[in-house]
Design a binder for this molecule. Structure first.
Ligand SMILES: Nc1ncnc2c1ncn2[C@@H]1O[C@H](COP(=O)(O)OP(=O)(O)OP(=O)(O)O)[C@@H](O)[C@H]1O
Length: 253
């Protein structure tokens, strides 16, 4: 049994009086590639925002390395969140800065590294994502797939313990999406990190996912959890099967 890295305990999420999901309870193991799945609008991004300290639970708790994220004060929570690397759907690189300058930003903000050390870290991170030659390029001068990888280089600048991705392969062609999956696997292994991903991409889910939770927008709670390949083989819930089989339900035996 792998060691728990993030534990979601009895979590209820709401925007004001609007309930989004209730009674979420699951564990993400160290080294997992954990997929948050479910139909449109069920609350996947909302769950991720709770995990990264942006939204406060209506009820329940999230533990990181066994420590409660919401019981503690803001400063302590920030020290936990610093161990997370986050990439959003758009990549969100700053367009007026080169890739190297984008990666330098978290290093200048959160570390005491010298300019020369920062240059070394930038070179290392760019090399890790296959962009060694592109440090002086601006985001608009490279392809969409390269922008995703550059955003990843920035997310790993501070050697995070957990990497969070919201729809990492959105807008990519299948080959670039596959390369991004390979890169996520490679980074998980080289950083010894845990990965948490919101994605609809079945190919990615089955290729790299090791654990998952399935959120249902109708009952507003989780209806399945576990290895996605195992869920495909064993889960009897028709909504989960519909999702994992791209809408094609198994014929009744
Ligand atoms: N800031 C907000 N205030 C109020 N409601 C919100 C807010 N953000 C999201 N919602 C609502 O919460 C619900 C869940 O949204 P969320 O973006 O988490 O879903 P999702 O599963 O990630 O969706 P998708 O798959 O379409 O990206 C939606 O009904 C959405 O309209």
């Amino acid at each position: 049994m792998t060691q728990a890295h993030i534990e979601v305990r009895d979590l209820t999420m709401a925007y004001g009086s609007t309930l989004i999901q209730r009674d979420l309870d699951f564990t993400i193991g160290r080294g997992d590639i954990f997929i948050i799945m479910g139909g449109s609008g069920c609350g996947k991004s909302t769950l991720m925002k709770h995990m990264i300290g942006l939204l406060t639970p209506a009820r329940g708790e999230i533990l990181f390395n066994g420590e409660a994220m919401w019981e503690c004060d803001f400063a302590y929570r920030q020290s936990m969140v610093k161990k997370f690397g986050i990439t959003y759907q758009s990549g969100a690189l700053i367009s007026s800065m080169t890739l190297a300058e984008n990666i330098a930003l978290p290093l200048e903000t959160y570390t005491d590294l010298t300019p020369s050390d920062i240059r070394d870290v930038i070179a290392l991170k760019l090399a890790l994502v296959g962009l060694a030659e592109f440090g002086e390029y601006y985001p608009s001068e490279i392809s969409g797939g390269m922008r995703k990888r550059a955003a990843l280089a920035r997310a790993i600048a501070l050697d995070p313990e957990v990497l969070f991705f919201d729809e990492p392969s959105a807008g990519l062609d299948p080959v670039s999406a596959r390369l991004l999956d390979d890169l996520i696997l490679q980074l998980r292994d080289s950083l010894g990190a845990t990965v948490v991903m919101v994605t609809h991409e079945l190919a990615s889910i089955f290729a790299i996912g090791t654990n998952s939770v399935f959120l249902d927008p109708e009952t507003k709670t989780m209806i399945a959890q576990g290895d996605p390949n195992q869920l495909l083989a064993d889960c009897n819930d028709p909504k989960v099967q519909m999702f994992l089989r791209r809408g094609e339900l198994l014929e009744e035996a």
